[in-house]
Design a protein around this ligand. Structure first.
Ligand SMILES: Nc1ncnc2c1ncn2[C@@H]1O[C@H](COP(=O)(O)OP(=O)(O)OP(=O)(O)O)[C@@H](O)[C@H]1O
Ligand SMILES: [Mg+2]
Length: 473
């Protein structure tokens, strides 16, 4: 956090200083919306949540050392009075970015892989300069400015995840922290229910490259036609990544080893290096190419990019976290979240890792799909059967479509696996406890929380590769 006077905060937010808020008083510590996180010299932003109203805690925050509260009403303590505290948080973050001309802002959007790729990019940029990136998935109108506010004059790179649940959301995040480099990974079906069509999702994601300046860089997936088409929507230099022959940052010779780890030859600007990832799933090649394109745009030489990619390990929990228990059962914990694209990627990884072993796909509900819900669940079940998964377990009645899809495929093609639908996570845990045998490979995946208990139960006997759990948002 860099220092701002309350006068600066008032200008940034269009707010009024009331109840003893002094224009020259200076914010020297963190901007927080949880009064318990306030330290001396901080600034408290009172947000109204579903369950509580931050305005009730303004006095406590000032008691704990906050210079003032930013609030929508008088709170009895020094206050910057604004119309909308969430917008004010964004504007304060923007004031910080405007004071950091030497910080390169990198935005990442896409339907799947934002957090994974953000972690990868941050690991590479951290090799050449101080990097601030959100922990986990802080990617919305609250987490985004909050992350930006962690930056200070030492910050060389600010790596941000930009999520969209509607048109204008990414544009808003880009107003908070105008990106110089913008990465669009893919356009899939996440939040299809809210958007109504894949085209609308493409429109929303493309707002990232529309926000780039002429001397910026748009990093676009050459293998996704909707992303490639975004080249028309930006003033910035376009760098295409992918396996397409015309990609500027390109992978050839893509292979996946028996443990599910991809390798490939990385090409850019006439040079090539071999890359062997320590991450799981063929889809990581795409994320790695996007990361390489960003690192190259930041001036990192290709050989260093290749070796840095090879050193990456899973960084955010519940995303392709693959581990083998002492009893020989391999667990693929990809339970963080799910949509059709990431289900497909994870099922393919399961098929590769479990090529000669018995495989289980324990799959939960995919949320926010609206009228596409039934067909996409069925598609996932069919794919599991097509890939030869031995046991499909659809968790909860909402995921019944997965079971139906697998059974339909069995009827059509003589798939020899079995599919069941169980009422809840506890039932899935009990089934797995009874029937999983040493040597089996178990994929666990669903929308947030829907299969987390299952993954944790499977983990109980193992040392996790990733200790920290992401708290429910
Ligand atoms: N390029 C990709 N294509 C398909 N699936 C992917 C890709 N990268 C990651 N995934 C999978 O997508 C899921 C979500 O990954 P991650 O958390 O990185 O994405 P996200 O876009 O940040 O998601 P969210 O919208 O929940 O923040 C994980 O299961 C992960 O393995
Ligand atoms: Mg995320």
């Amino acid at each position: 956090m860099i220092e701002l006077s309350l006068a600066d905060v008032a200008v940034a937010t269009g707010g009024a200083l009331v109840d003893g808020a002094e224009p020259t008083a200076t914010v020297t510590a963190g901007v927080e919306y949880d009064s318990r996180a306030i330290t001396a010299g901080g600034l408290f932003v009172a947000l109204r949540g579903d369950s509580d109203d931050g305005h009730r805690f303004a006095a406590a925050a000032v008691g704990a050392g906050a210079v003032a509260a930013v609030a929508e009403e008088r709170t009895g303590v020094p206050t910057v009075l604004v119309a909308d505290t969430l917008m004010a948080l964004g504007r304060i973050a923007r004031a910080v970015v405007d004071r950091l001309p030497d910080t390169t802002v990198i935005g990442v959007t896409g339907s799947s892989g934002k957090t994974s790729t953000k972690d990868m990019i941050a690991a590479l940029t951290a090799r050449s300069g101080n990097t601030v990136a959100p922990v986990g998935t802080l990617n919305n109108e609250l987490g985004h400015p909050y992350t930006v506010l962690q930056a200070d004059r030492d910050t060389r790179y600010l790596v941000l995840e930009c999520s969209a649940r509607g048109i204008g959301h990414v544009a808003y995040l880009c107003e908070i922290a105008p990106p110089r480099i913008g990465v669009v990974l893919n356009v899939g079906s996440a939040h299809l229910g809210e958007f109504g069509s894949v085209e609308a999702i493409a429109t929303a994601k493309g707002e990232l490259v529309e926000a780039l300046p002429a001397d910026g860089t748009a990093v676009l997936n050459a293998d996704d036609q909707r992303v490639r088409a975004m080249a028309q929507r930006t003033k910035a230099r376009v760098v295409l990544f992918g396996t397409a022959p015309d990609a500027d940052v390109r992978a050839t010779d893509v292979a996946v080893d028996g443990a599910g780890r991809p390798s490939f030859t990385l090409h850019a600007s006439g040079e090539s290096v071999p890359v062997r990832l320590g991450l799981f799933g063929a889809h990581q090649v795409s994320n790695a190419l996007a990361t390489a394109a960003v690192a190259l745009a930041c001036g990192m030489p290709l050989p260093e990019v290749g070796s840095a990619l090879g050193q990456l390990r899973p960084a955010s929990p519940r995303r392709m976290d693959v581990f083998t228990r002492s009893d020989g059962v391999t667990v693929i914990d990809d339970s963080y979240n799910a949509n059709l694209g990431s289900m497909t990627a994870a099922l393919r990884a399961l098929a590769t890792i479990g090529a000669d072993r018995r495989t289980w796909a324990v799959l939960g509900y995919m949320a926010e799909l609206g009228r596409f819900e039934q067909t996409q669940h069925e598609q996932v079940g069919r794919l599991a059967a097509e890939l030869g998964v031995d046991r499909v377990v659809a968790v909860e009645p909402e995921a019944a479509g997965i079971d139906q899809g697998a059974r339909a495929r069995a009827a059509d093609s003589g798939w020899e696996g079995q599919s069941v639908q169980v009422p809840d996570q506890q039932a899935a845990i009990a089934l797995l406890a009874d029937e999983v045998r040493p040597g089996d490979v178990v994929l666990v995946k669903g929308s947030r929380y829907r299969t987390w208990q299952v993954a944790d139960a499977l983990r109980e006997t193992a040392d996790s590769a990733l200790g920290d759990r992401e708290a429910p948002a």
